[in-house]
Design a binder for this molecule. Structure first.
Ligand SMILES: Cc1cc2nc3c(=O)[nH]c(=O)nc-3n(C[C@H](O)[C@H](O)[C@H](O)COP(=O)(O)OP(=O)(O)OC[C@H]3O[C@@H](n4cnc5c(N)ncnc54)[C@H](O)[C@@H]3O)c2cc1C
Length: 466
């Protein structure tokens, strides 16, 4: 297999596949709105969508630095699924029942995204095949079984544990010793979802200005080089790019994730793999892998690239390191040896937002009218939709149009977290963390022990993950 002809960057394969949209007009000058949303990814656009649907007369402006879907929302692995970063910590802080409510809300969110996409005629190649996570080593299998039981304890009674043979009947991953499957997941084409959503939001009467970077957010103001939008509510929906805003360098750490996609694979090759259910496919390694079988029969597979750039810098239009492309290609061939001769058409990367305690949050500060949602770590495709409906409810509550709702009382609402350490500690910490995870994976692969490698446990503790 060669990566010589691989396109690297260009935002993502998803845009090479569907075409990059022409940017909308930038902000023409100073203006005002009822709600100003900064960032045109899933979080910002879903929030605009639900607010406008709930209160059609609201004057809503979205300000987007590049074009809607430029960020992770147009680059991700297309796993629409019910995972939410921080649930276990929320269980510790607010009790098990509160975390079960959060989990149930996430389970429902998968169906909600599918429902609205259908209602708005957004064809995002959605296939509701669930999520299949596999184990390769004894330690991974032990972790997988623990994970399976924990998910059931959080209300996922429809989850299924499968042995090696049953797993192979679904998808033949080389060396897989078991798997856990949940129906709460669907495969989608991320860029088709986000661009379709932007069109739907605009059709509802929301104003979207693209090529309009916000330099500073302050109460009732979003400041750009072209003018300021004044609004009682200003919502920060910038996820992995948040560090670029004045005063937010240490709020959420921008963590990179990279992906590759194969050429469309022929039917004879698919016969060796199976995967007819097109489940979202992942594993239980510490440096985990996520993959999907695309609508046009490619494999798109992602994992950690260089995890973090010094001083919270972000990537250059999705370009990733050649070494990362090679590492992902090796993983692909390890999973599916029959792809060894297949072409890798495209490689790219994107940034996710990681809070110091790895917990996703949604907040409206009632004293300033400033709101934000994010810190989803790697699970934002569905979570952004739940965050958006929650922001809608919080704004309606704050403006006296409604009372508290089921969503406004979920445990991730208004959660506070401390900031990341200053450089160089931030850079050193993240690189040491991922080196530890890679070493732990290697040690577990070489061992018959059922226990998670102590290095991975230590890394979890130090990073604030557990
Ligand atoms: C490679 C990769 C794979 C992933 N795979 C999955 C997956 O399979 N499943 C899953 O659940 N999650 C996945 N994620 C995470 C998921 O994609 C994100 O959590 C989600 O898209 C976040 O949406 P968002 O709208 O909050 O942020 P983004 O999509 O990043 O949107 C933020 C937007 O804000 C804009 N912006 C930034 N700064 C400014 C500014 N100053 N002024 C104006 N606009 C600004 C950006 O241009 C961008 O369009 C993945 C992420 C990556 C990078």
């Amino acid at each position: 297999m060669s990566t010589v002809s691989t396109v690297n960057g260009g935002i993502s394969f998803w845009y090479a596949n569907k075409g990059t949209p022409t940017p909308r007009e930038p902000l023409p000058g100073d203006t005002s709105a009822d709600v100003c949303i900064v960032g045109g990814g899933y979080t910002g656009l879903w929030t605009a969508y639900y607010l406008k649907k709930a209160v059609p007369f609201l004057n809503i402006t979205v300000l987007e630095a590049k074009f809607c879907g430029y960020g992770a929302s147009g680059r991700n692995g297309g796993w629409l699924y019910n995972g939410i970063a921080g649930r276990d910590r929320y269980a510790k802080l607010h009790g098990h029942d509160a975390a079960v409510r959060l989990q149930k809300a996430m389970n429902d969110t998968v169906g909600e995204v599918i429902r609205v996409a259908a209602e708005e005629n957004i064809d995002a190649d959605i296939h509701h095949g669930g999520v299949l996570e596999i184990a390769h080593t004894p330690a991974q299998l032990a972790r997988l079984k623990d994970f399976h039981s924990v998910e059931i304890a959080f209300g996922e009674t429809d989850r299924v544990l499968r042995g090696a043979r049953e797993t192979a009947e679904r998808v033949r991953v080389s060396g897989a010793v078991g798997s856990t499957w949940t129906p709460h997941g669907a495969r989608l084409h991320p860029a088709k979802l986000v661009t379709g959503l932007a069109d739907a939001v605009e059709a509802l009467g929301v104003t979207i200005h693209e090529s309009t970077p916000v330099t500073e957010i302050k109460p009732k103001h979003a400041v750009t080089p072209y003018g300021t939008v004044r609004a009682p509510y200003v919502l920060r929906c910038t996820e992995g790019f948040t560090a670029g805003l004045k005063g937010h360098r240490r709020t959420w750490l921008p963590m990179n994730s990279s992906m590759i996609v194969t050429e469309p694979l022929p039917a004879a090759l698919w016969d060796t793999i199976g995967w007819d259910g097109r489940e979202n496919l992942g594993d239980m390694a510490h440096a985990y892998v996520y993959a999907q079988r695309t609508a046009d029969d490619r494999i798109a597979l992602g994992g950690r690239g260089v995890p973090y750039r010094y001083a919270s810098a972000t990537d250059n239009d999705g370009r990733t390191q050649p070494a990362t492309v090679e590492a992902l290609r090796d993983l692909l061939v390890r999973f599916f040896p029959t792809t060894a001769g297949s072409r890798i058409d495209h490689a790219w990367s994107g940034v996710l937002g990681v809070p110091r305690d790895w917990c996703a949050t949604v907040t409206l500060d009632r004293s300033t009218g400033l709101g934000w949602a994010g810190g989803y770590v790697g699970s934002g495709v569905a979570t952004a939709n739940l965050a958006a409906r929650t922001l809608r409810d919080l704004i309606q509550q704050d403006s006296g149009q409604a009372g508290p709702t089921e969503l406004t009382t979920l445990p991730w609402v208004n959660h506070k977290v401390r900031r990341w350490e200053p450089e160089p500690l931030r850079w050193l910490g993240v690189h040491a963390l991922y080196a530890a995870y890679r070493t732990a994976d290697r040690r577990e692969a070489a061992s018959s022990s059922l226990a998670t490698d102590p290095l991975a446990k230590a890394a979890d503790r130090i990073s604030g993950r557990h």
